[in-house]
Unconditional design. Structure first.
Length: 706
């Protein structure tokens, strides 16, 4: 997933420099320079990310000394292909060039840029200038014939006999003094032959950029909607331990809310030694189920299933039933063990020993977790340990799992993840990896560069308009956006923020709208989210009271105050509007009230634009004036994106009136110009999700469009 180290195309790999500069360059005819390729992650050390079907735009600075014409090509190929594909780059001005290619296969792609001084194009341009000035052109046409002959010779070297014949014939026709001058001049401008000659550039003058890499994943890596659920709490009875059969009964509930990924915390046997009790009590009572992250017991470890959940066959049936409802199951992979895990008995060398010879349990001082033993990834037997850990992913891939949420990857070696993810992807290119890494930004970014498809973020703790804007401006801007895909979660089993604890129903709605529209991927931990569970275990804590991490809960999913219908509506809006399927088109808009935030998103092809305005104050109505600069579609095709009705082809403009259709409430507003008034009351709806439907030619027309 990495590319070769970059080289200076002007000559650092093609020159033999001494400290005093006395040595000649190895190739003095190399005049073109290639710099600043994008996308490029850490100078090419890591692969940029794209998804299947994307059009990948590659840009580079290509220039040379003097005023000669340049030619630049983009070369690209999938790792499974032998031959390069080539496409000409076009000049954007100021020595910046661009070309694009579409990625039609999963896996690793490579690309580079080649550039050279195009002597034939320089000759063609100069010839036109001399012709316009009325100068004698015989010598110049002979010069052109020499250049065409040289191109023919290069074609022969490249074993392109047909190209060589065409170029040779061209050379003769240019040098044919018996032909009329006008015919020879016309032949000199033959665009097809000039293009043919460019496919055989002079190797001594050809500058090559570094070889860069691109990891192409399926769409689920870019756009996904997650629902987390503890399977042991899936039973309808308050006392019963849930099973995969119970989960099957809940699949329609999850699917009807519009989720496409159902994420299950660890489903493995749970250790008995040092088991934790409810609310993380250090000692468990008889019958307490323990934490699913204390993995391993007599029944097995990471490749086994908790016996009360069911069998491996039951799990595969759950996978198949979920697929029928367009749901994928994501599994939690946590590299840690309970004291009862078979690894502890069979491979004690894989764990860190204390001075008294006992195995070191997990600690986060002053907290102690005696029910969990972390691996010693740098032990003397690390190779065998790493191979076994990779085999855990491979086992579940063989069962049909394609999405993995990885627990605390930032506490494991970077080198492990780079090797392991590449290994699993070779076996299963469809695999998607979500990094649960709430840690320092550079560490989170490094994990993304190493291969994680998506990552948790700081979104849960960004509440104000300025901090939200600053954070997402960072995430949406290259180079970060080339490798880091955020997955936004307003809550998790570990995170119940102060905003949700004290903001009431409106707070849950606000955070849901932000997560679902700021990010192409988001998730919630339910049922606590849709049932607005907000009681913390202790004052100032973000831990849930009676957390499912330590006990079984029985949820009344049919409560009349549930947010399930609001969630379903929001997810339907996401699904129906391609603008919300990507993080690429995010743009923030000025608004004169800091309690409000306004932003828009557009689809990759620009046909779908959605405007969001959210009241961040869950307790009070707020109003303000929002600037819509850049949010209004222009021209006759505007409004014709996903969901627009037939005949909605009149675009909005800065001066005209237009209809703003709120997809949440169904309300329609007559707005005019780029600055408009909004008022949002959290008691009714704390947000607008607006589609600009069409320009209104007069206010009398407005009722017609309602």
């Amino acid at each position: 997933m990495s590319a070769a180290a970059p080289t200076d195309s002007a000559g650092s790999t093609d020159a033999a420099h001494s400290m005093d500069g006395a040595s000649l360059p190895r190739e003095g005819r190399l005049r073109a320079v290639i710099e600043n390729l994008t996308p490029c992650v850490d100078g090419g050390r890591f692969a940029a990310k794209r998804t299947l079907g994307d059009e990948v735009a590659v840009q580079a600075d290509v220039f040379a000394d003097g005023h000669d014409a340049l030619c630049a090509l983009l070369l690209y190929r999938h790792e499974g292909e032998e031959h390069w594909q080539r496409t000409p780059m076009r000049s954007l001005g100021n020595d910046r060039w661009q070309a694009s290619f579409r990625v039609a296969r999963l896996g690793l792609w490579h690309y580079r840029v080649e550039g050279w001084v195009d002597a034939l194009e320089t000759w063609r341009i100069d010839l036109l200038k001399k012709q316009a000035a009325g100068q004698e052109l015989g010598i110049d046409l002979a010069r052109g014939a020499q250049l065409a002959e040289a191109a023919a010779a290069r074609a022969r070297i490249n074993h392109a006999a047909d190209d060589a014949a065409l170029l040779q014939h061209w050379a003769r026709s240019l040098d044919d003094a018996a032909s009329p001058l006008e015919e020879r001049l016309q032949r000199s401008q033959d665009a097809a032959l000039h293009a043919l000659a460019r496919t055989h550039p002079p190797p001594e003058a050809l500058a090559r950029s570094a070889l860069l890499a691109l990891m192409v994943e399926r769409e689920r890596a870019r756009y996904s909607t997650w629902y987390e659920m503890f399977p042991r709490s899936a039973a309808l009875s308050r006392e019963a331990h849930g099973s995969f059969a119970d989960c099957e009964q809940l699949l329609p509930y999850v699917a009807q809310m519009g989720f496409d990924v159902l994420y299950l915390p660890p489903i493995h046997p749970i250790g008995h030694a040092e088991r934790r009790g409810p609310n993380n009590r250090p000692v468990a009572a008889a019958g307490d189920p323990g934490s699913p992250w204390a993995i391993g017991a007599a029944e097995g470890g990471h490749k086994s299933i908790h016996p009360q959940l069911g069998s491996l066959e039951d799990f595969r049936r759950l996978l198949a039933r979920a697929a029928q409802l367009n749901l994928e199951l994501a599994l939690d992979i946590a590299f840690q063990c309970s004291p009862d895990h078979p690894y502890v008995r069979e491979h004690p060398e894989w764990f860190l020993k204390r001075p008294d010879g006992s195995i070191q349990y997990a600690e986060n001082p002053p907290k102690k977790y005696q029910d969990i033993y972390p691996f010693d990834f740098g032990c003397s037997d690390w190779r065998e340990l790493w191979l076994e850990l990779a085999s855990i992913f491979e086992f579940w891939v063989d069962q049909g799992v394609r999405i993995f949420r990885v627990d605390n990857p930032h506490t494991k070696p970077f080198a492990l993840w780079e090797w392991l993810i590449a290994r699993v992807r070779r076996r299963c290119p469809e695999a998607v990896f979500l990094a649960e890494a709430f840690t320092r930004p550079k560490v989170m970014y490094r994990l993304a560069k190493l291969g994680f498809s998506q990552s948790y973020t700081y979104f849960a703790w960004r509440n104000g308009s300025q901090e939200l804007r600053a954070y997402f401006e960072e995430l949406r801007t290259p180079p970060v956006s080339d490798f880091f895909r955020p997955n936004l979660w307003p809550n998790t089993p570990d995170i119940l923020t102060e905003y949700l604890q004290f903001g009431g129903r409106a707070a849950f709605m606000v955070r849901l709208v932000l997560a679902a529209t700021l990010g192409a991927s988001y998730g919630i931990y339910g049922p606590p989210f849709e049932l607005m569970e907000h009681q913390a275990r202790d004052p100032g804590s973000e831990e849930y009271l009676d957390s499912e991490k330590y006990q079984i809960r029985c949820w009344n999913r049919e409560r009349p105050d549930s947010l399930r219908d609001f969630i379903a509506l929001l997810n339907r809006i996401r699904r129906d509007n391609p603008a919300l399927h990507s993080d690429e088109g995010l743009r923030f808009h000025a608004i004169d009230n800091p309690a409000l935030i306004a932003y828009s998103k557009r689809s990759i092809d620009g046909t779908d634009r959605i405007l969001m305005i959210v009241n961040l104050d869950p307790h009070h109505a707020q109003s303000g004036w929002v600037s819509l600069e850049g949010a209004l579609p222009q021209g006759p095709s505007a409004g014709a994106g996903a969901g627009a009705g037939a005949g909605d082809g009149d675009g909005a403009d800065a001066a005209g009136a237009f209809q703003a259709h709120d997809l949440l409430s169904g309300a329609r507003f007559l707005w005019k110009g780029e600055r408009n008034y909004v008022a949002l009351d959290p008691a009714t709806s704390p947000a607008h999700i607006l589609r600009i439907r069409r320009r209104i030619r007069s206010e009398r027309d407005f009722d017609y469009y309602l």
